[in-house]
Design a protein around this ligand. Structure first.
Ligand SMILES: [Zn+2]
Length: 201
């Protein structure tokens, strides 16, 4: 079932955000005009951009506080150098219409952690996790450090994948692994602190 994979997720997002060169933009437009699969992908990412921008407002302060308290509790019997991010939004748990294309489905998640907020869109096809696109975001009212070169890793079914954020904090994991039901473990280091996020699947 070879879906056309000429452009990856980050390319589509960059295209929709108007960040590509005129040449690359023209190439994507020209190709999408004649490729049904890419037109489908373009539709899919247009919806994803919509939800990312819709939800990119700050979580309520009470959530942040709650996350901090949970961490202090957890800290008593686990390694203090690990900081757990708190999930503050999951499209699977909200009455939000799932985003689907013919081949892909997307789930949108937002995590809050002491230093940054993390926005994730998991693309899957059945139980097969295809990719995760995401963005590290500055916390409301805080100075946005450059995210460039922030290294992220994710462990799926005991395989670890690595991604590096660009200067906008965006990152992409190309995965293509079956989700076994075990939570996925996302780690990132920012300002020398490592944060761990567990993603239930
Ligand atoms: Zn195509």
């Amino acid at each position: 079932m070879g879906a056309c994979d000429r452009f990856d997720s980050l390319m589509w997002l960059s295209y929709l955000k108007g960040r590509l060169s005129a040449d690359a933009t023209a190439e994507m437009e020209l190709h999408s005009a004649s490729c049904n699969e890419c037109r489908d992908q373009l539709d899919f990412f247009r919806k994803i951009i919509g939800i990312i921008e819709l939800h990119s407002t700050a979580p309520p302060e009470s959530w942040t506080k709650e996350a901090g308290e949970k961490f202090r509790l957890a800290g008593s019997n686990c390694d203090l150098s690990r900081v757990f991010g708190e999930m503050v939004f999951d499209s699977d748990l909200h009455d939000e219409k799932p985003i689907r294309s013919r081949t892909m489905e997307a789930r949108h998640l937002i995590f809050d952690s002491p230093k940054v907020q993390v926005d994730l869109v998991m693309e899957s096809s059945g139980r097969q996790l295809k990719s995760i696109i995401g963005q590290l975001l500055a916390k409301p009212g805080e100075h946005a450090e450059p995210f460039e070169e922030s290294v992220l890793t994710i462990t799926v079914a005991s395989c670890t994948y690595t991604a590096v954020a660009n200067r906008f904090g965006e990152f992409l994991f190309k995965i293509d692994a079956e989700m076994t039901g075990e939570p996925l473990e996302l780690r990132y280091t920012f300002e020398e602190e490592t944060c761990v996020i567990l993603i239930p699947v």
